[in-house]
Design a protein. Structure first.
Length: 106
């Protein structure tokens, strides 16, 4: 009888461990900031600067995603790549996870 109880206990522990192993793969944790920049009022390419450093150029829809921005308060600038010289900027606090920065240009 004691042997039967030990086998049930061992099977129960195995089942719980297996269940926990499968559920642990379901959690998605984003601990680094992802910053999606969108030029709101213009569909053109813009050079993007963060705190004065160049980080890339938006696509023709005015969008760019950045993965290397640290959390904190940052200054985002958008400079038109054409001869028109359109410009926009925005100060925004970036937190861990997904962040969206909408920049209006004039």
């Amino acid at each position: 009888m004691k042997k039967r109880q030990n086998i049930k206990l061992l099977l129960g522990i195995f089942a719980i461990s297996l269940f926990a192993l499968f559920l642990s793969g379901c959690l998605i944790v984003i601990d680094n900031p992802i910053v999606e920049i969108e030029i709101v009022n213009d569909n053109w390419t813009y050079e993007i600067y963060v705190d004065g450093s160049y980080f890339g150029t938006t696509n023709s829809s005015g969008e760019l995603t950045l993965y290397s921005i640290g959390p904190g308060y940052h200054h985002f600038e958008a400079q038109d790549t054409s001869f028109l010289g359109r410009y926009g900027d925005k100060w925004q606090t970036i937190r861990n996870g997904y962040n969206k920065v909408n920049i209006y240009t004039d």
